[in-house]
Design a protein around this ligand. Sequence first.
Ligand code: PLP
Length: 440
Amino acid sequence: MSRILHRSLRKDPLLAVSGRGLMVQGAEGPPVIDASGGAAVACIGHGDPRVVRAITEQAEKLAYAHTVFFTCEAAEELAELLVGHEPGGLSHAYFVSSGSEAMEAALKLARQYFLEIGQPQRSRFIARRQSYHGNTLGALGLGGNMARREPYEPLLATCFSHVSPCFAYHGQKQGESDADYVARLAAELDAEFQRLGPQTVAAFVAETIVGATAGCVTALPGYFPAMREVCDRHGALLILDEVMSGMGRSGTLHAWEQEGIAPDIQAIAKGLGGGYQPIGGILMQGKIVKALAEGSGAFKHGHTYQAHPVACAAALAVQRIIRADNLLENVRAMAARLEAALQERFGNHAHVGDIRGRGLFWALEFVEDRASRRSFDPDRKVNEVVKDAAMAAGVMIYPMGGTIDGKLGDHVIVAPAYTATAPEIDRIVERLGQAVDQVL
Ligand code: PLP
């Protein structure tokens, strides 16, 4: 009997033993292809000896140093690599241990920024429905994943409100042009600012590409510039959550690079350390750091394990590998192959309503009825059923569902490592096809 409180108390998880590249070996049965990097985490594959070496060397040199006393070389070099050239004006980094911690830090930094510049009334955050920003109470309150929020609703803060995401498959009206849909969403955001009082809003928060809750939902062209304009007009910050979609997964290092805007604060995590160590972080504009420097002189936040030396050394190695091995080029090349293969295999499937994504970040949305885009009954847990069938067929895809009009929408995410080869992409789609045909 396991002494761990596992995710499910009905069924014990498999025991994972080893991983190499895209393959993960359990204690029993043949290896499976990790086609989702777990939850879009393992971005350079498993078992890269260069990262293992970096971790070992750092642990041997210095495993831990508290940031009250010290900074460390690995954290400094990682920050320099990420923001030394000030991409989009982002000039400083702050490292934590997870995506949820990154989002908590983003919220607190935005709040403190406004305190420092003499706008203490700004304490509200507008996020979007069908979003996920993490499971700690602040991040959970910010997010719009109703299934995850529900049990904890009484514990969630009231400073968060939600507007519609840019979700063409479910949100765009028949006959509505892309420009009109974007204008409608910008008007909705503006109306929410007005309802709350524009001077009370600290930030608008969005995933650049919606991950777990809605399944690889990209925004329409013009959406983010329109949202940025609304934020700027009301003096609020734009926080982008790229915990899942960032660090190369979309084909550029940051997903916002393809949107024609830059955020004031950006959260990163999964692809930062590629799963070799738990690490997340926020990147921020120079104006925010300047406000803190000229004000109280410190970010009033902190964790025991922030900027952990071994975690930073692992992330530094992962980020160097992404550059040295030209992996973003491979993401873009394999993205085209993955999209084409998914379209060919599932484009006419009676229960695949939508195939969407960017880079190596794609989702299939399952529907009971394609014409009306009606979701399956949540009790059928279709995403779980597909996941189990896929595991049996030898491929790991990430099952998720969010809340679409009060119902659980089922989707699975395909997010292989940036190192994926053409034969691996083909094998992933073939095995997923077998699994979907078997259960739907
Ligand atoms: N933000 C997004 C967009 C995520 O997808 C996730 C995790 O899936 C998080 C935040 C939370 O990250 P973590 O699970 O590392 O706390």
